[in-house]
Design a protein around this ligand. Structure first.
Ligand SMILES: [Zn+2]
Ligand SMILES: [Zn+2]
Length: 258
């Protein structure tokens, strides 16, 4: 089996799944997190960065894809993502969305009273593996990809059946002891489908990028109850964030099938 480590990153948690002979990294953090991750792997658990055999990008936001290309260049770590990742920031509207998303990440870090750090990162990803829903991970075939869109068009989660554990990226957040859906929900119809799908999977342990590790008892009702939040009207800053998160060109493409 494996051991789970949670690193508190700049604005999100990073999860390390440590095996005797290899390490799997759940999400590629912000651009500001490299030293933290290197320090943890080398000094805290006494492993090498080269032990990381695979890193996943749950979606293209700055706190999840920030270090992907740096990991590839510096350590040759292969990256796995959903096939559609590069639709998200495509074209001039996509570039605008990328710029806005980096600004939003800065806003979150200021709100969290973190020292300001550079978070600019490439808007395109060159994944070594692209995997569809249900596919097992290369090198780690005890884990499988679950396609969980709604927050973006291309969110993926990592599911470990044997331990009933799932890394959910930004699909669900836990803030001030409350479970919330992400900000923004760009594709509400797909978000509902995702929550329905998760309610059918045997899950006990949730690993959240924003909210840490959680154990749930009734997974059917847990995910089902969250569906009510999908249509809720947002106010103030949350309404504003939703409005400035709708530039990605593939939202228009997907809303028809939503
Ligand atoms: Zn996100
Ligand atoms: Zn996030």
């Amino acid at each position: 089996m494996y051991k789970i480590h949670e690193i508190k990153g700049h604005i999100q948690s990073i999860y390390i799944f440590e095996y005797k002979d290899k390490i799997l990294l759940a999400d590629c953090a912000t651009k500001a997190d490299m030293l933290k991750i290197e320090h943890y792997i080398v000094n805290k658990i006494g492993r090498k960065m080269g032990d990381i055999k695979l890193a996943m990008v749950s979606h293209m936001h700055p706190d999840h894809a920030g270090l992907a290309s740096a990991f590839q260049k510096k350590y040759n770590i292969p990256i796995v993502s959903h096939p559609n990742v590069n639709d998200w920031y495509r074209g001039s509207f996509g570039k605008l969305q990328h710029f806005i998303d980096v600004l939003l990440a800065w806003y979150v870090s200021i709100k969290m009273k973190n020292p300001p750090k550079l978070m600019w990162y490439p808007s395109k990803l060159k994944p070594n593996y692209v995997l569809e829903d249900g596919a097992p991970l290369p090198y780690f075939n005890d884990w499988q990809i679950i396609y969980t869109p709604g927050h973006t068009s291309h969110d993926i989660s990592l599911y470990h059946k044997q331990s009933k554990t799932i890394y959910l990226g930004d699909v669900i957040l836990k803030l001030k002891n409350k479970y919330l859906l992400p900000m923004p929900i760009t594709l509400p119809g797909l978000m509902k489908k995702t929550l329905n799908k998760l309610s059918e999977i045997e899950i006990e342990n949730l690993l959240l990028a924003h909210g840490g590790r959680v154990t749930i008892e009734q997974n059917k009702s847990f995910f089902y109850n969250l569906i009510e939040q999908v249509g809720e009207k947002k106010k103030g800053i949350f309404k504003f964030i939703n409005l400035i998160s709708l530039f990605s060109p593939c939202i228009r493409k997907l809303e028809n099938i939503d």
